[in-house]
Design a protein around this ligand. Structure first.
Ligand code: GLA
Length: 361
């Protein structure tokens, strides 16, 4: 079984508020080859992270924070919560997705491992069922994330971005215009989701929730039309900033879908830049390297760029015309990567070709 990484084109830090987002899957993936076990033991080997073994007891508890075994445990626990503990697997795991880069390698591992455990036990599961268990499963690792990464890893379609809606759950495929190219460029600052960035991430989510509650609203979807007037009732500070980011980003997603549908790359590019500015100035999840990367992309001929994923490091997503892609790539190398010794083109500057999800191969 396998699951792809994803790049989020737009709609950042809003999935956990139930608002629609626009990711696409990458052609890079985590792959789990396995043999079913006749008992409850789960064994996994990864070329990069070593070997882990544990018994599928119930309930499972996390091991040390940051240990990759937690994702394996999260998969087993997510399944057990709905279907009970099943038989284990002996698995070997490979990946061509860079870790801690905002490309969702951890969710890809969680999704692929969950699908492998289910397949080994002869169980199928629908998109709906998987979305009931996977985002909560990831909270086992300590990040109160949303469902974007799992949805993108499951139901993306080659050649398309996916508009993922959460209330109710739905996925709509939007073909990426032929002339558009997305690049994913690493800031060379890593953002360990299970490490310190986790606290910051959870704080953004809590600030957004508190702002909504202060306004007496139950769902962000009800706040979009009244956002400017409502924001004026909030005191200046992180709660109001989160509220303004969340509501404006949701409107940018709508505008971005329409720009993609009418093949308006300039408008899409401007929305990417506005999203980055909001993430930088309101939500404050950017960093100097990401800001510089976005600038360098624009100086190199991109139509737009912004940080993608949780932020605090990781990657930027960059849109350009296909005829400009080589020039943008060269410009980024000259302007951003030239004096950064650890740069490795294959890992850090990726052509993001829209790939399929695990359920739509
Ligand atoms: C992480 C989470 C996602 C989403 C993004 C920010 O990648 O896993 O659910 O919240 O951050 O948009």
């Amino acid at each position: 079984m396998w699951a792809p990484g994803r790049v989020n084109l737009i709609g950042e830090h809003i999935d956990y508020h139930g608002l629609a987002v626009l990711p696409m899957a990458l052609e890079r993936r985590v792959e789990v080859k396995f043999r079913p076990q006749a008992d409850r033991r789960i064994v996994a080997r990864s070329t990069s992270y070593g070997r882990r073994e544990f018994a599928w007891s119930q309930p499972l508890t996390p091991v040390a924070a940051g240990d990759w075994e937690n994702y394996l445990r999260a998969a087993a626990q997510a399944i057990a919560g709905k279907w009970g503990a099943l038989d284990g697997i002996d698995a070997s795991i490979t990946s061509d997705l860079p870790a801690a880069a905002g490309l969702s390698s951890s969710s890809a591992l969680l999704v692929a491992f969950t699908l492998a455990l289910l397949a080994a036990n002869g169980r199928g599961a629908t998109f709906q069922e998987l979305m009931e268990i996977l985002p909560d499963g990831e909270q086992f690792v300590g990040t109160r994330g949303g469902g974007m990464d799992h949805a993108a890893a499951l139901v993306s379609k080659a050649g398309c971005a996916t508009l993922v809606e959460f209330a109710p759950l739905a996925a709509r495929h939007i073909p990426v215009p032929r002339d558009w190219r997305f690049l994913v460029a690493h800031s060379l600052q890593t953002a360990e989701k299970s490490g310190p960035a986790r606290e910051e991430y959870n704080r953004r989510r809590a600030a957004g929730d508190t702002a909504l509650a202060r306004l007496g609203l139950r769902r962000y979807a009800d706040a979009l039309e009244i956002a400017p007037a409502a924001a004026a009732k909030l005191a200046e500070g992180p709660e109001r900033d989160s509220f303004l980011h969340t509501t404006s980003e949701a409107l940018r997603v709508r505008a971005a879908v329409s720009a993609m549908e009418r093949d308006d790359g300039e408008a899409f590019g401007r929305l990417l830049l506005a999203s980055h500015a909001s993430l930088r100035d309101r939500l404050r999840v950017s960093c100097a390297a990401l800001d510089r990367l976005v600038e360098a992309a624009m100086e190199s001929g991109a139509l737009g760029a912004r940080l993608t994923g949780a932020g605090f490091g990781g990657c930027a997503v960059i849109l350009c015309r296909s005829r400009d892609a080589a020039q943008v790539r060269r410009g980024l190398i000259e302007r951003f990567y030239a004096d950064r010794g650890e740069f490795d083109q294959g890992r850090h500057l990726i052509d993001a070709v829209p790939g399929a999800g695990a359920l739509h191969p």
